[in-house]
Design a protein around this ligand. Structure first.
Ligand SMILES: Nc1ncnc2c1ncn2[C@@H]1O[C@H](COP(=O)(O)OP(=O)(O)OP(=O)(O)O)[C@@H](O)[C@H]1O
Ligand SMILES: [Mg+2]
Length: 437
């Protein structure tokens, strides 16, 4: 098979891969742009022209199956490139001696990275996932004169490290090009149909998934005021869902402890205690459990929360009370940076739901709920702004909002008969607590 037959199948927009002598060639865009195929075909051509060491890299590679090894094998087979010898962990060109190797950067120790010093071309696939640390080790390792780094990426957010360092302000040795599915003459009809459906039904996602735009910037609010105001409007919802209490306990310097009582689509009320010590908070919580029989109480185990939890457990309330560590690993670890991001996002979904939801009207609650900015980590997981930043802006800690989001710590199934309606009425009419409402 002649190389010009392969070249003829590489879309025009990728011609600089073979012609430009820039050190860095970065292609970005949405799904189906033809990046992976064009990179694979171009490298197979280069590997037939002279002896090259080509490293196919990504941030994480648990097995060679995660890499572009399979795609390269498919392209070799498609073009009947019998000069390529496919081995277990590498691909070799029998005539030129070119070699393709495959590595994950994150788990490769520095010694092994050093073995990349002789690399002629490094192909970084999924460039949006490369951490700053990996890049800082890799860039000076690819040091051979005339060596090149090819990067294919679908941007995740504004702050993807490779985007910021290389593409946002490219220097004269960096070539950057955007390519989307409509630039790919080989894009399957099926992919085009999926893209069009997404454009019609989820325009924001379309921009990200198919046009390669980053997800909204880190300054985006997680919860917008319109959602909260909609939940403030008085409605007549009679819920028989399990009653859940979220308990945000005063941390050392802060002095507000907040209970939030939510039952399905109705958040009934908030109770705020000030200057209560561990035992008094536990006493109060125990009285709420006795009076309202919640299915679950989720309490923040940070600060003095762990002490309150221990007291409640020692009083035989282990079945009802759960300690939640905001900084711990999320249940959906692939979507959320930590538990805090997961709970807040569950609360956002509740507020954004098509069904009616009810929140007690309170401007402080609105301010707190809308105070949190979101971003994404380099794995594309939702990450929330640091609490200290929020405190600075708000002038206080978002305790009401934290108590509310705690009621979304995990799904709760009914274990005992649902609370009687009278207990809901009691919740509304009971003015005996020291609460805010
Ligand atoms: N040269 C080619 N010959 C045949 N089909 C091709 C060619 N290039 C691309 N395609 C088709 O287009 C599809 C999308 O290409 P590719 O996977 O390279 O896109 P991508 O930009 O890497 O995007 P993604 O994020 O979806 O992987 C491929 O699955 C394949 O069906
Ligand atoms: Mg691809």
């Amino acid at each position: 098979m002649k190389n010009n037959v392969i070249t003829a199948r590489i879309p025009e927009v990728f011609a600089p891969l073979l012609t430009s002598c820039c050190r860095i060639k970065l292609y970005y865009g949405g799904r189906g742009g033809g990046k992976s195929y064009a990179f694979a075909d171009s490298l197979l051509i280069k590997g037939r022209m002279s002896k090259l060491l080509i490293a196919c890299l990504r941030e994480v590679q648990d097995s060679i199956k995660d890499s572009v090894y399979r795609l390269l094998c498919e392209r070799i087979s498609f073009y009947h490139l019998i000069d390529y010898d496919i081995q277990e962990n590498k691909i070799i060109n029998r005539i030129t001696g070119s070699e393709f190797i495959f590595k994950g950067l994150r788990d490769t120790d520095i010694q092994k990275i050093k073995s990349l010093e002789g690399v002629d071309i490094a192909w970084i696939e999924e460039g949006q996932s490369i951490s700053q640390k990996s890049w800082d080790i890799l860039a000076p390792t690819i040091r051979k004169d005339g060596s090149e780094i090819w990067i294919s990426m679908n941007r995740e957010n504004e702050n993807d490290p490779l985007w910021v360092m290389l593409a946002a302000h490219p220097d004269e040795r960096t070539f950057v090009a955007k390519v989307n599915y409509y630039d790919n003459p080989f894009c399957p009809e099926e992919l085009k149909l999926q893209a069009e459906k997404c454009q019609r039904e989820r325009p924001d996602d379309y921009l990200h998934i198919w046009l390669g735009q980053p997800r909204k910037s880190s300054s985006a609010q997680l919860i917008c005021p319109a959602m909260v105001r909609r939940a403030f409007e008085p409605k007549n919802i009679l819920s028989v869902s399990p009653l859940i209490i979220g308990l945000d306990i005063a941390r050392f310097g802060d002095d507000r402890t907040v209970f939030c009582l939510r039952q399905g689509r109705v958040c009934h009320k908030f109770i705020t205690l000030t200057h209560y010590d561990t035992v008094s908070i536990a006493d109060y919580c125990q009285s709420l459990i006795r009076d309202y029989k919640p299915t679950r109480v989720f309490l923040d185990s940070g600060g003095i929360g762990a002490g309150v939890y221990d007291i409640l457990v020692s009083r035989g309330l282990r079945r009802t009370v759960r300690a939640v560590n905001f900084g711990s690993r999320a249940i959906a670890d692939d979507r959320y940076y930590n538990r805090r991001a997961e709970m807040w996002d569950n609360a956002r979904e509740w507020l954004a739901s098509d069904l009616e939801v009810q929140l007690p009207q309170d401007e402080d609650l609105l301010k707190e709920l809308c105070s949190v900015n979101k971003s994404y980590d380099n794995k594309g997981r939702l990450l929330l702004e640091n609490k200290d930043e929020i405190k600075k802006r708000l002038g206080c800690s978002p305790d009401l909002a934290d108590a509310f989001v705690l009621t979304f710590a995990e799904p709760v199934c009914e274990q005992s008969p649902p609370p009687a309606v009278c207990s809901i009425e009691k919740l509304f009419s009971d003015n005996t607590d020291t609460g805010k409402w």
